[in-house]
Design a protein around this ligand. Structure first.
Ligand code: AMP
Length: 196
């Protein structure tokens, strides 16, 4: 199964992806995680992405499209994958369609986590506090200034993807404000028998 989880920062895409991974045994492909790993390793991609990410802006389409194109070629993605944080722009979605078509593949579903933006700021503050209390490094973009920029990027560049995928009959929407287990159950319901 090839899925996309769509939703603003803090909507719970990472949490829900991890649960789908467990259930379906397909990998979670998070461009944010891949980019953070590249930044930590100081690779050329990481060097290009570092400051853009810290500000909360989107890195270039060409850069992330290249990362995803390489990643879906790997053996563990052959049976399917969950894309978390990609695509984030219409050109990225078009590039993904193109990549999959070349391999004779298609997407099965796009799940959008609908959330109340006002609640997200509090969620992100909580995530940062919990990470710090575990003694782990807090994401550089989990601060109020960068978060507002991430939200604007979502509104302006990513939210048009709902219509893009609705038009292709792939969009399924769930209430991301519900408790975590309820959201997981609803995603399972939306995906139908294949994941039951
Ligand atoms: P995330 O972990 O998905 O919130 O991503 C963290 C940051 O990585 C974003 O704020 C962007 O700077 C960058 N990033 C991740 N995925 C993408 C993408 N598909 N397109 C552009 N930038 C991305």
């Amino acid at each position: 199964m090839r899925l996309i989880l769509l939703g603003p920062p803090g909507a719970g895409k990472g949490t829900q992806s991890a649960r789908i991974v467990e259930r379906l045994g397909i990998p979670q492909l998070s461009t944010g995680d891949m980019l953070r790993a590249a930044v930590a390793a100081g690779t050329p991609v990481g060097v290009m992405a570092k400051d853009v990410m810290a500000r909360g802006e989107l890195v270039s389409d060409a850069l992330v499209i290249g990362i995803v194109a390489d990643r879906i070629e790997q053996a563990d993605a052959a049976r399917g994958f969950i894309l978390d944080g990609f695509p984030r722009t219409v050109p990225q979605a078009e590039a993904l369609d193109h990549m999959l078509a070349e391999k004779g593949m298609r997407l099965d579903a796009v799940i959008e986590l609908k959330v109340d933006e006002k609640a997200l700021v509090a969620r992100i503050a909580k995530r940062a506090a919990e990470t710090a209390s575990r003694g782990e490094p807090v994401r550089k973009d989990d601060n109020p200034e960068a978060f507002q920029i991430r939200l604007s990027a979502y509104r302006e560049q990513t939210s048009p993807l709902s219509e893009y995928y609705r038009g292709r009959g792939l969009l399924r929407v769930t209430d991301g404000m519900a408790p975590i287990d309820t959201v997981t159950a609803d995603i399972t319901r939306l995906l139908g028998a294949e994941v039951a």
